[in-house]
Design a binder for this molecule. Sequence first.
Ligand code: GTB
Length: 219
Amino acid sequence: MTITITAFERSPDGGMGLARDTRVRWALEEAGQAYTVLPVSFQAMKEPEHLARHPFGQIPTFEEGDLAIFESGAIIFHIAQRYPGLLPDDANARARAVTWMFAALSTVEPPILDLAIAKFQEGDKPWSQDRLPLVQNRIRERLGKLSDRMGDAQWLDGDFSAADLVMVSVLQRLKPSGMLGEFPTLAAYVARAEERPAFQRAFADQLAFNTAGKAASGA
Ligand code: GTB
């Protein structure tokens, strides 16, 4: 059965890999699964055909046979459960990896998303400059604790797993801010994950997807 995911027709980041289809592509590459990508424009995202795939009109989504799901975390969890290589076999180790996936999405990602909102959606508000340091310090608080927990470890808990894939994807969103550089342990962790061939393939594919035709059109 063919796996189809959705992605921005053109990601606003121009192929920096920060849109959430990249983490799904990465999981599929780690799992060795071929997939096709359905590009969706901002307008099409809010139309009934896509709303049937994603109730909030967003990307990414995942379809295989009669299964259609959304939410990058749920998609990666599904891939990790269905195919070997992304979650440990031992039940307790698997539970810990799943715990870290939730921690990445519900404890680490929210303050990082808040920074994007503070900069890009609230940047012109009169109170924006007062709020920004508060948002940044909430991120520092989380990253400091994460960095302390990792110590000298290569990965969050034993071997590389879906937990690392999700956590690194969340941390990558901080790259434009430069804040990751304040935490050398985490910067090295992200760099280590990005060296994985599966990430390299996923990144190259999304970059090609987001830049296709641009040179020819002069865009
Ligand atoms: N919780 C959902 C998940 O994890 O799947 C969130 C999905 C989501 O936010 N999707 C975004 C989207 O569809 C794209 S990834 N936005 C369109 C809309 O809501 O109308 C977020 C994103 C967008 C752009 C950049 N960028 O350009 O740097 C980075 C990340």
